[in-house]
Design a protein around this ligand. Structure first.
Ligand code: GDP
Ligand code: MG
Length: 284
């Protein structure tokens, strides 16, 4: 990689921006699937996204696989199933998602020509554990005035074996810590399913590099007085091996919560810088 997006990429991007100029009565929905070596799961996740239903309801939908430089067939399966692909620079879920958010926010700014149609960003893990069918409910919660919606696995049905006892305890402790530090009630701060108004993401600073992304999203949203709500979601066992190392990741998440709290409401990060090593492709 390197050297910036090719002319081919630029043409794809221009095409994507033109598509999103089509008027959409209820707004634009951008769905992000962070993925590192998820060739076995990502096709199923993409299949389950209720794209036709969302389009019939009046949304314009685009779906992006945010790839952490997978070495398996993740990208190929993603493209085959109709997703666009964003290949992050470097490693880490936090780095990848921050780059992808910045990139898409910038693309949306170029596309809407100041019309400011509603824009909703959804993020869910690409490992088959979160329910894509719940996207419509998340959009309803955003459309009815919430800025940030997170899916709580502890308030929904959890499949047997989907979460190890150690992870369950860790998630509970980290959620209690988040509640204590930010004063906003939360039962599952580490959840991998989120919805945002794009304008909220434009305003909140994010600094996370890895699996501390969710802690950063939550803390930063709280400090910017965003209206946050939780919805119950079902949680299944993931397809394929996990990427997360429990205890180390737990410490990293706790540290992110403290750092975010101590740093306070920082200035929003300048959005829209495209790192020269990122590449993007929409499906052919
Ligand atoms: N873009 C990107 N995604 C990643 C990276 N590491 C993990 N992921 C994805 O992030 C999601 C959460 O990872 P997972 O191993 O399932 O962690 P867990 O669900 O918290 O146990 C999955 O969809 C992974 O494929 C990375 O470095 N970059
Ligand atoms: Mg997972």
């Amino acid at each position: 990689m390197g050297g910036g997006p090719s002319e081919d990429d630029a043409a794809h991007l221009a095409g994507a921006a033109e598509n999103s100029l089509q008027p959409s009565p209820r707004g634009h929905v951008v769905i992000f699937l962070p993925a590192l070596n998820e060739e076995r799961a990502i096709g199923h996740v993409l299949d389950r996204i209720p794209r036709a239903q969302l389009e019939a309801a009046g949304y314009t939908v685009s779906i992006w696989v945010v790839d952490g430089n997978s070495t398996d067939r993740t990208l190929e399966v993603g493209r085959k199933n109709g997703a666009s692909v964003f290949i992050q620079a470097g490693r880490g879920k936090g780095n990848g998602m921050r780059q992808a958010f910045d990139h898409l926010l910038r693309a949306r700014d170029r596309a809407d020509g100041g019309s400011r149609e509603p824009e909703f960003f959804l993020m869910l893990d690409a490992d088959g554990s979160y329910p894509p069918e719940a996207i419509s409910t998340f959009l309803d919660a955003l459309a009815s005035g919430n800025d940030v919606v997170l899916g709580s696995r502890f308030r929904g049905r959890m499949a047997e074996g989907a979460m190890t006892p150690l992870n369950a305890i860790g998630n509970r402790v980290l959620s209690a810590l988040a509640h204590l530090l930010f004063g906003v009630s939360v039962t599952d701060v580490c959840t991998g399913m989120w919805g945002f108004k794009a304008d909220t993401l434009r305003k909140i600073p994010l600094e996370a590099h890895g699996f501390d992304l969710e802690a950063d999203l939550f803390g930063s949203a709280c400090l910017s007085q965003a209206r946050i709500t939780e919805l119950p979601i079902d949680y299944d066992a993931r397809i394929g091996p996990p990427k997360l190392i429990p205890l180390r990741t737990g410490m990293q998440i706790a540290l992110r919560l403290f750092v975010r709290r101590l740093n306070g409401p920082a200035q929003p990060m300048p959005r829209g810088r495209l790192d020269s090593t990122q590449t993007t492709k929409t499906p052919a």
